[in-house]
Design a protein around this ligand. Structure first.
Ligand SMILES: *[C@@H]1O[C@H](CO)[C@@H](O)[C@H](O)[C@H]1NC(C)=O
Ligand SMILES: *[C@@H]1O[C@H](CO)[C@@H](O)[C@H](O)[C@H]1NC(C)=O
Ligand SMILES: *[C@@H]1O[C@H](CO)[C@@H](O)[C@H](O)[C@H]1NC(C)=O
Length: 543
């Protein structure tokens, strides 16, 4: 691009002009969602589900990069309710993130309107409820963002696409599951896996010879899955907004909270083929199927289900390391993904976050660096914005686990970071179950996975060139995963275990990405429709 010397006044005019053109160009999509409880039968027996406009799973949002989304959520449940948009970055506006650290939950029989822009995002995402284990009853759905027409994608346009929401499922009512956790007990083993809310039922139909995009997300609460299609190979094209090297796989592991996008060519003879999801690292193994149908097929899928690893960890780690960024491809913007040389940026902040589990006063709790997070009744973001004291303290959780075997303490975990800090975060999983860590507000580069205890020596093994950027990373049992992240999004951001029992019982925290400049260039104002609760309850209404 040609560079001219621009005067501040001319820059000002340019800024106004581009602000206007943004308003003119970017679409608005309006939704009204009524949240109700209703009877669903995913496993053939009636149970209470959470419906959106009568649907389980909820409607799929199909959007384009930079669309403005306005969703009026009408809560007809007898519980407070909140939805988060998993992987939507909410640039400069953690106000729309839909977690208890940023929002007051929407009271029963009221509504609240989310407004946000899908700024510079492309790819396969999901949304789901964040409080009270509602996720185990529904309220989740797909959130797909297509490229703008001026952006070329690094693969031929597919002939069609399918959205697959795969997740573990319990016959037990979500209120019962919640009571178990409140009593300080673990959740039972799930009863099944579902694909789009069904077991062994869903059918996806395509034409022989054509190529389809499959958007596969793990919307479960506890279980990693393996995904595969009988007789067909999966060409990985995108992971959580990053275009990957297009490797071909027979099957792919997808951990809780993650999404992958694959291309599948219908290159076999006309017929029906099994689509299979099975649980990983569990005993017994849960398996569910759906059908890939070639149009004109009159033969049911038959034969053995394609096999896949079940408890093998090494297989999964090896596969994870092959998922890398295509450095020359663009993502939502035309500049190549490789132009941000993350491996050469000096690290300004190192966090080492170790998860643990123990019994506190007779009840099960989970912790990060010894602190088991409690959500205060005042959202952290409101407390921060309005300077309400006594809600959180940046010294509660430390950047590193304590070396001694201190007992777990309850607390409100907020880590203070400076806007534009470049951070290395090491997740150390000393438990013998798999972890899945999700960060709101940013994508991060996954630089390594390894067994055992992380030491500075393993930095030599980091992928500093083409690690994939994503929003959720798995951490294998008794292992570590390391990420690097540019903290360019001011706000209060949830860093959570996507394993819902762990999160509910304390394995989450907030990253306060902040600088002391109050400016619309770095962060939007509190929305006029913001709900006030807790110590913010008596603040004057803005609207
Ligand atoms: C919806 O919730 C109410 C209140 O808890 C409950 O009595 C009712 O049975 C639920 N309806 C269904 C269909 O589960
Ligand atoms: C609730 O819905 C009405 C329209 O049905 C809308 O005008 C109002 O802004 C909504 N309230 C909030 C807080 O979003
Ligand atoms: C990487 O992206 C480019 C588009 O810039 C594409 O032509 C190429 O095939 C991709 N390479 C791989 C290995 O996916």
């Amino acid at each position: 691009m040609k560079q001219a010397i621009l005067t501040p006044i001319f820059l000002g005019i340019l800024a106004c002009w581009s602000a206007l053109s943004v308003i003119a160009e970017d679409r608005y999509l309006f939704f009204t969602w009524e949240i109700t409880n209703g009877t669903i039968f995913p496993l053939g027996v009636p149970q209470e589900g959470i419906l959106i406009n009568g649907q389980f799973p909820g409607p799929t949002i199909d959007a384009i990069t930079n669309d403005n989304i306005v969703i009026n959520v009408i809560n007809k449940l007898d519980d407070k309710f909140l939805i988060t948009w998993n992987g939507i970055k909410q640039r400069k506006t953690s106000w729309q993130d839909g977690v208890l650290g940023t929002n007051c939950a929407i009271p029963p029989n009221t509504n609240w309107t989310y407004k946000f822009q899908l700024k510079d995002q492309i790819g396969t995402y999901t949304y789901f409820p964040t409080t009270k284990i509602h996720k185990a009853a529904g309220g989740f759905g797909g959130f797909n963002i297509q490229q703008r027409s001026v952006i070329s994608i690094p693969y031929p346009a597919p002939d069609g696409e399918f959205t697959l929401l795969v997740g573990d499922w319990y016959k037990t009512n979500h209120r019962v599951l919640r009571r178990l956790l409140d009593l300080g007990k673990s959740l039972p083993f799930p009863d099944a896996l579902l694909i789009n809310g069904q077991k062994d039922v869903a059918v996806f139909t395509g034409e022989a010879g054509k190529t389809y995009k499959f958007r596969v997300s793990n919307v479960g609460i506890a279980t990693s899955i393996n995904f595969r299609i009988q007789g067909h190979s999966l060409k990985l094209i995108e992971v959580e907004g990053a275009h990957t090297l297009q490797e071909t796989y027979k099957s792919l592991d997808v951990h809780v909270g993650q999404s992958v996008t694959v291309l599948v060519t219908l290159d076999k003879s006309i017929g029906d083929y099994y689509i299979v999801a099975s649980s990983r690292f569990t005993d017994p193994v849960l398996t569910t199927t759906s059908t890939l149908r070639y149009s004109g097929s009159n033969t049911k899928a038959s034969g053995q289900l394609p096999i896949a690893p079940t408890t093998d960890l090494d297989w999964s780690i090896k596969q994870a390391r092959t998922i890398r960024l295509n450095l020359t491809a663009n993502a939502a913007r035309p500049n190549p993904q490789g132009s941000f040389h993350y491996g050469t940026i000096p690290v300004l902040r190192i966090l080492q976050l170790a998860n643990s589990k123990s019994i506190v006063k007779g009840k099960l709790r989970y912790a990060v660096n010894g602190i088991s997070h409690i959500n205060p009744s005042t959202p952290l973001k409101l407390a921060d914005w309005f300077n309400i004291p006594g809600v959180f303290d940046l010294n509660t959780i430390k950047d590193f686990p304590s070396s001694s075997n201190n007992p777990i303490k309850l607390g409100t975990s907020v880590i203070g970071l400076t806007l534009h800090d470049f951070a290395e975060i090491i997740f150390q999983n000393n438990e013998n179950t798999i972890q899945s860590w999700h960060m709101d507000g940013s994508s991060f580069y996954v630089v390594g996975y390894g067994n055992g205890i992380w030491t500075s020596k393993v930095r030599e093994t980091y992928n500093l060139v083409d690690g994939v950027s994503r929003h959720t990373v798995q951490v294998y049992p008794k292992s570590w995963s390391a990420i690097m992240v540019s903290l360019d999004n001011k706000g209060m951001w949830n860093l959570r275990s996507a394993i819902w029992e762990n999160r509910y019982l304390g394995q989450e925290l907030y990253l306060r990405v902040w600088n002391n400049e109050q400016s619309l260039y770095t962060e939007t104002n509190v929305p006029l429709n913001a709900l006030f609760c807790g110590k913010a309850k008596h603040l004057p209404k803005l609207l």
